[in-house]
Design a protein. Structure first.
Length: 696
């Protein structure tokens, strides 16, 4: 039978009501997504848009000149001054020992604001079914009359409250940035002042994984705290309204849904354990990859590619296995998150239809109950999602705390303020671990059959670890002085004792800045638009303006250092000379070029004491001879310590110290004196063969 006109009004109202409810829930799903998930949604939208309009773009491109290859970047309008709570400088410092709790505590003001605004969002969404029920029961069966106005105003007001609450996204993103980028900057600031991962020897891969992954989990946790609190509040609002409308149906949902959530939470502990195992395996894999990038040349030189590939493949399989075991529990949890609200919806709506048939519920109350049960998927989804976020955040916080607990190998904690600064030009160094003294004003070469033994001695002399005592001794008008290097301020030691390691470490930027080191001119701050425009050619090179440094080395000093390191040909081979840019880790230069630039950088300091480990191992013999001769002349009268087994360097030495396999001193004297010993002859001869093979 064809429905009457009032029945058609009611049917249309029901359809509209359900549509509004589903639209609201879809928008809430986007709201509950993490910032990364939202970015994925936006990216998917643009990919779909690009697919639909690609044919149109192709037609337009045919009218353009084919030689146009330049790229143009457009940056949207930016405020002159961002609100203070969006500035990185406003990010408070939290205690890493109770990382999650302290991060919430120091950001409580921002999180409280986010909670209030999210509460408007969630409660407004929860009240929409109630408002729709009132609207439907206000006389819709009589047609479009004035009786609908109060219900319509109530519905409009609820939607307006929800719309105002949607602005909470701005505050939530700010809290996420404080958790993610705030801790990321804190870790980088802490670890950049620690040599070699600190006393705890934290692998580089673990540090990279923490900075790129763990901090993101902490940010997601901070983002989810206000949302889960507001979601719980909306759950209680719905529970009260359902109980007031129909006690039986309300009890089914209010009692049954928390039990279901509690049952699902039992999966969190095994999920946490498997996530931890997967994080550890991923950290090991990242360490393998980063080590290979740094030592790729050496790895190929010794023919270790196959061994490395086997280790990398095996570790990749471990990561895959732990990831699959983790995904199994995540899949079960995700399925339950979807299924549980659907089951409750079916049960409640089935019982509700019977109540309508029995005359216990009205049309509007039925729609309201349908909206309540469908909406309850939001708190359930939010709760289970937050449990996973909290699990991830705990794993990330534990590793971040361990990195933040790392202690530097050197510090000024034991500095004696009564100690006067040594007369470095006439000071000798004594390594008390091996009881070896380096005489002042001489070019001393340390020789060992095991390169790592002599390199460790050089590192101890340069005070890279305060647990190894080193004495500095000198004489002046007041008499003889003897103090530990750790009793002197670290800044003074670094200015007087310069260490150049076996690996030539160069940095991205100008060659001039690499040579100047800590006295380099600092790049000036620039806008994002200028940076994008400067790199728009695709080269990735940003030619920036620099601020003058009062202690910037002069051109004469740079030229003299380059002459001693025989590195003028490197400068001449670059387009902009000293102002040309060096790629990250110096990849744009060969191994020998990087080594000569690193030596020149050490010479630019003009330090009273210079310690260098194998500074000429990657250059040919002719270049090495020129460097060794110039180094002896330029450093005459100053203390220079070189770790090397090259006869070319040994011939230029004032004194040679030969070490035993245990690191103790075997003999010392001029090269002519020690070279007569068969032990020394064997070391030098073998070292010369290895150097020639490496250079080939």
């Amino acid at each position: 039978m064809r429905p009457t006109r009032p029945d058609r009004y009611v049917s249309a109202g029901l359809v509209v009501s359900v549509s509004v409810l589903l639209t609201t829930l879809r928008s809430l799903n986007v709201f509950l997504a993490t910032p990364q998930r939202k970015f994925t949604m936006v990216a998917q939208f643009f990919r779909n848009t690009h697919t639909m309009t690609s044919s149109t773009f192709k037609k337009i491109q045919k009218t353009r000149h084919s030689s146009v290859t330049s790229r143009k970047f457009e940056l949207g309008p930016q405020p002159r001054n961002w609100p203070e709570f969006l500035e990185f400088s406003a990010t408070p410092v939290a205690n890493h020992r109770s990382l999650l709790w302290s991060t919430v505590k120091v950001n409580r003001g921002l999180l409280l604001c986010a909670f209030v605004m999210s509460l408007l969002m969630f409660v407004g969404s929860a009240l929409i079914p109630w408002a729709l029920g009132i609207f439907l029961d206000s006389g819709l069966e009589r047609g479009m009359t004035s009786a609908l106005i109060p219900g319509g105003l109530i519905l409009t007001s609820v939607i307006l409250v929800r719309a105002i609450g949607s602005f909470s996204e701005l505050v939530l993103v700010a809290s996420w940035m404080r958790g993610d980028f705030g801790w990321r900057r804190t870790i980088i600031r802490h670890i950049s002042t620690i040599r070699g991962g600190g006393r705890e020897q934290i692998p580089a891969g673990e540090i990279v994984a923490s900075v790129t992954s763990d901090t993101e989990k902490i940010g997601n946790f901070l983002y989810g705290v206000p949302a889960i609190a507001a979601s719980a509040a909306s759950f209680f609002v719905i529970a009260v309204m359902m109980l007031r409308t129909n006690l039986e149906l309300g009890l089914i949902v209010v009692i049954g849904l928390p039990i279901a959530i509690l049952a699902m939470s039992l999966l969190i502990k095994p999920l946490h354990q498997r996530l931890s195992a997967n994080r550890e395996e991923r950290g090991k894999l990242t360490t393998l990859a980063s080590d290979a990038v740094v030592g790729l040349r050496v790895l190929r030189g010794v023919g270790g590619e196959d061994t490395y590939n086997v280790r990398y493949r095996a570790q990749s399989e471990h990561v895959m296995d732990t990831g699959i075991r983790t995904a199994f529990i995540q899949a079960i949890l995700g399925g339950l998150t979807t299924a549980v609200p659907a089951i409750f919806t079916v049960v409640v709506i089935s019982l509700g239809l019977w109540e309508v048939y029995a005359g216990q519920l009205t049309y509007g109350e039925l729609v309201a109950f349908f909206g309540y049960t469908v909406y309850l998927s939001v708190p359930v989804s939010s709760a289970t999602q937050f449990l996973q976020i909290f699990t991830d955040a705990r794993v990330g916080a534990r590793r971040t705390s361990r990195i933040m607990d790392s202690t530097p190998l050197t510090s000024d904690n034991d500095v004696d303020p009564t100690v006067c600064e040594p007369r470095w030009e006439s000071a000798s160094l004594t390594d008390q671990t091996a009881n070896i003294t380096i005489a002042a004003g001489k070019l001393t070469v340390i020789v060992s059959a095991q390169p790592e033994i002599s390199a460790k001695l050089a590192q101890r002399l340069a005070r890279t670890d305060d647990q190894y005592p080193v004495l500095v001794q000198w004489e002046d008008e007041s008499g003889h002085h003897s103090v530990h290097l750790s009793d002197i301020a670290l800044a003074q030691v670094r200015q007087a004792v310069v260490f150049s390691g076996a690996t030539a470490q160069l940095f991205q930027g100008r060659l001039r800045s690499n040579l100047a080191g800590s006295r380099a001119e600092l790049p000036q701050v620039r806008s994002v638009a200028d940076q994008m425009h400067d790199t728009g050619d695709g080269s990735g090179t940003a030619h920036r303006e620099h601020m003058l440094h009062p202690d910037m080395p002069t051109e004469d000093v740079l030229d003299a250092a380059l002459s001693v390191a025989d590195a003028h040909d490197i400068v001449l081979g670059l387009t902009d000379g000293l102002d040309d840019y060096v790629a990250e880790r110096g990849r744009s230069l060969s191994g020998g070029q990087r080594q000569r630039i690193a030596l020149a950088r050490a010479l630019v300091t003009q330090a009273p004491i210079l310690i260098a480990v194998e500074p000429t191992s990657a250059v040919d013999s002719h270049t090495e001879m020129r460097i060794a001769s110039a180094l002896r002349t330029q450093r005459a009268g100053r203390t220079t310590v070189i770790v090397s087994v090259s006869p070319i360097v040994l011939h230029q030495s004032d004194e040679v110290i030969v070490l035993n396999p245990d690191g103790s001193e075997r003999m010392r004297g001029t090269y002519e004196h020690v070279a007569a010993d068969p032990y020394v002859h064997a070391i030098v001869h073998r070292g010369q063969e290895e150097t020639q093979e490496h250079q080939v």
